[in-house]
Design a protein around this ligand. Sequence first.
Ligand SMILES: *Cc1c(COP(=O)(O)O)cnc(C)c1O
Length: 252
Amino acid sequence: MSELAEHLRTVRARVDAAARAAGRDPASVALLAVSKTWPADDVASLAALGQRDFGENRVQELVAKARELEGVAVRWHFVGQLQRNKAAAVARLGAVVHSLDREALVAVLGRVGEEAGRPVEVYVQVDLGGPEGELAARGGAAPGDVPALADAVAGQAGLRLAGLMAVAPRGEEPAAAFGRLAELSARVRADHPEAVGISAGMSGDLEAAVAAGSTVVRVGTAIFGRRLLPSPSDAAHQPRESHQSHGPRGSE
Ligand SMILES: *Cc1c(COP(=O)(O)O)cnc(C)c1O
């Protein structure tokens, strides 16, 4: 518990320092704790410390944790690749979806929002590509497809367009990639002024993301420690050299 508290405090301090360095109000950057692979108990501990927002990238794990933590004041976020046949289950939990990357999900999620009488909050995920301009395949829509996708989300009564989300590609300075995300966000906001959210930055690159205008950083490792269980997206971000290594929690 105290170790989680310390990590949480350290990460929040990093976010705040990055915001101040960029001339931004620290309160303008939310911290999303990515709890994938970690037990519901850890989420409960962090919730008791005042952490409100938690992210998961597998539907089954999200549903199970949400059930275990019924009655605990947490707000769930889904950050993983979303299959169409599981999208409704995510939306029914009231989770914020950070990974809408194709038109097929718009109607499915929108229907749940309409039925619930409460719109599902949605970020359109962007594939920021690699240094050579090809798609990085870390999830997300091609940048050229993003404006139309944003229009589709904004046009659905059951959805609220929150903004854009991305994972920095490998093999490139994250600052350059987050810069492209910020430009695309400005383009989308020209048509959808309400879509001010930018979900960007993880344990290894949150400073660069905040400098580029991120409004939500998604942090797993720097809060919970190194994941011992495999997570589908880990293969994609293993080679990043800048991870802070905490070693497995409990064995220190
Ligand atoms: C796992 C994950 C994170 C958190 O990554 P860390 O490097 O552990 O901070 C953020 N975003 C997405 C989409 C993830 O899958």
